[in-house]
Design a protein around this ligand. Structure first.
Ligand code: NDP
Length: 315
């Protein structure tokens, strides 16, 4: 049978390119889990994904109710779940005031980390039940949260501190909107959310890999300088960033190429190792990358897991 893969944020950028790459193999049915139904349908159409290879289902990660509703709808569809890709993200690099999810949580961490945390916890049982030979749960990471790299050292650097803000609910009322308890900074909030993504993947691996056989993985797909992720950046940045990445840092990767990379992590028989953060070298060969000290800190991973459980209502 065809595999079923859920991809969040498949309406643009990396998610759409991955949906296309997988659908083209005719071996996958892609559930495009998106907040804007029409946009997703149009995106699928213009990418040339054929109708029998995808289904759009509504999911707004910035609402815990919507996450629960999505899970209920998916279960009702009767499809098995073989691979889940947590890809969607918001990035507000120039914001100096926080915005919030439906639940009153700072938007970047609320969407990128907590929405996905609840989603993957609620779908884990479905993955356990699937008889697919290689089940995988993939959380897209980033180099920007990884302070052992050059890009990860561009200020403001990611840091979770003692997580007093996360413990307080990131609501800006009786707690800070930043995980470490500091003053709001949109660029840092994104990087912090990506650290949480990478820590969550590893904690999943420690808690569930042996018992379930599911492969848990994260990746840095390369710098896809053309996606919507940079839509909120200043115009001059948006103009100069793609050529800068292409010619100066040479980290640039096209949307199509990045989609092929993520599709490999979904389905390549050689990428089944669990607990790994994949990256690609200049010749587009995959390798197991090292995470920074904070992004691989076992006790921080446990703490992020436990605090997140409380915030999303699982504990
Ligand atoms: P895009 O902005 O193109 O795509 C992000 C997707 O997330 C969109 O489909 C967007 O939906 C969706 N999304 C945003 N908020 C929500 C929400 N509340 N609920 C549901 N979906 C939502 O960015 P990219 O493709 O670049 O980013 C994809 C992933 O790649 C992210 O995890 C990012 O961190 C990661 N990444 C990107 C890099 C890059 O250089 N671009 C580098 C490293 C990692 P909509 O279409 O409705 O806006």
């Amino acid at each position: 049978r065809k595999g079923t893969v859920i991809i969040t944020g498949a309406s643009s950028g990396l998610g759409l390119a991955t949906a296309k790459a997988l659908a083209e193999t005719e071996k996958w049915h892609v559930i495009m889990a998106c907040r804007d139904f029409l946009k997703a349908e149009r995106a699928a159409k213009s990418a040339g994904i054929s109708k029998e290879n995808y289904t759009v289902m509504h999911l707004d990660l910035a609402s815990l109710d919507s996450v629960r509703q999505f899970v209920a709808n998916f279960k009702q569809s009767g499809r098995p779940l073989d691979v889940l890709v947590c890809n969607a993200a918001v990035y507000q690099p120039t914001a100096n005031q926080p915005t919030f999810t439906a639940d009153g949580i700072e938007l970047s961490v609320g969407t990128n980390h907590l929405g996905h945390f609840l989603l993957s916890r609620l779908l884990l049982d479905d993955m356990k039940k699937s008889d697919y030979p290689s089940k995988r749960l993939i959380i897209v990471g980033s180099i920007t949260g990884n302070t052992n790299t050059l890009a990860g050292n561009v200020p403001p650097k990611a840091s979770l501190g003692d997580m007093r803000g996360l413990a307080g609910g990131l609501n800006g009322l009786n707690s800070s909107t930043m995980i470490d308890g500091g003053k709001f900074d949109g660029a840092k909030a994104y990087k912090d959310s990506k650290i949480c993504n990478m820590l969550t993947m590893q904690e999943f691996h420690r808690r569930y890999h042996e018992e379930t056989g599911i492969t848990f993985a994260s990746l840095y797909p390369g710098c896809i300088a053309t996606t919507g992720l940079f839509r909120e950046h200043i115009p001059l940045f948006r103009l100069l960033f793609p050529p800068f990445q292409k010619f100066v840092t040479k980290g640039y990767v096209s949307e199509e190429e990045s989609g092929k990379r993520l599709a490999q992590v979904v389905s390549d028989p050689s990428l089944t190792k669990s607990g790994v953060y994949w990256s690609w070298n200049k010749d587009s060969a995959s390798f197991e990358n090292q995470l920074s000290e904070e992004a691989s800190d076992v006790s921080k991973a446990k703490k992020v897991w436990e605090l997140s459980e409380k915030l999303v209502g699982l504990a």
